[in-house]
Design a protein around this ligand. Sequence first.
Ligand SMILES: Nc1ncnc2c1ncn2[C@@H]1O[C@H](COP(=O)(O)OP(=O)(O)O)[C@@H](O)[C@H]1O
Ligand SMILES: [Mg+2]
Length: 322
Amino acid sequence: MPKNYAIVAKGLKKSYKKLEVLKGIDLRVEQGTILALLGPNGAGKTTTVKILSTLLAADDGQVTIHGYDLHKEPDGVRSVIGLTGQYAAVDEYLTGRENLEMMGRLYRLSQADAKRRSEELLQQFDLIDAAGRSVKTYSGGMRRRLDLAISLIAAPPIIFLDEPTTGLDPRSRIAMWEIIKQLVGAGATILLTTQYLDEADLLADKIAVIDGGKVIAEGTADELKQHVGNERLELTIAKGSNFQKAQKVVDGEALQVDSKRRLLSIAMTGGVKHLQEILNKLQAAGIEVDGLSLHKPTLDDVFLQLTGHQATKDDVAEEDKK
Ligand SMILES: Nc1ncnc2c1ncn2[C@@H]1O[C@H](COP(=O)(O)OP(=O)(O)O)[C@@H](O)[C@H]1O
Ligand SMILES: [Mg+2]
């Protein structure tokens, strides 16, 4: 294993009875970076995280975390990871501060160290004002921050975040993003799962797109976008010109047509020359173009092209209900 990889997973497989959930997952996360495991509901993200964090045994595959072999040295792995998500045990009836100190003691910090570390984390996660209140009274965003703070009590170098912002309101999402950036800025290695393209785009050094238990693409956000390739040309047809006619002129080239906004969206396959041709054809037909813009592919386009479906809004709404 090259030294600079904090996490290396090869050929991870997992089935639940007859359902093959992971079909050979390969992942590598460089030390001090964020890898986003991006995929829709049911893609296998949580299963992967559970395996990497020793909560679930894989049927096949090898994993090395911080130099520890997952299979042979699970205790070593546990000593270097922090895990948050759908599992962490927060006691509702204790205060935020009590939860932190208790977890510190569980990790065998001295009482003084547990206290000191708890105060640090309460400060860092903007929970000082609420520290003396029982967790029952916390909002969703506060709980999520406490959950993450608890997982960091022993200052682990590797952090797993399973959908850290799913179901959060926009402000709490942004607060969580800031925290994640701080953690990685301080040297942590993070594996983050998400079904939000914008989150992966903003935070991740590398993105692994997962669907149906397989990694179907991997790279930086830019590399993935380049993979989709073409820019999109958006033309606004002037009110005085016949929109239907314009549509006919670019017949077969329009990707999307929005007659209400008088927009034609065209994949740019041939660079500037292609652009010129389109404009010439429209001019020759007496059609006036009001506006023109070029769009680089987004991660949404990437996802659509790779999977044939969108990271649907329905998926997100489902998750929010939990
Ligand atoms: N304990 C389980 N028993 C049976 N099937 C499961 C279990 N956990 C997850 N699955 C199934 O495995 C697939 C992947 O689930 P999961 O890893 O939770 O995906 P994600 O986190 O990407 O939404 C889904 O089809 C899910 O229904
Ligand atoms: Mg999940």
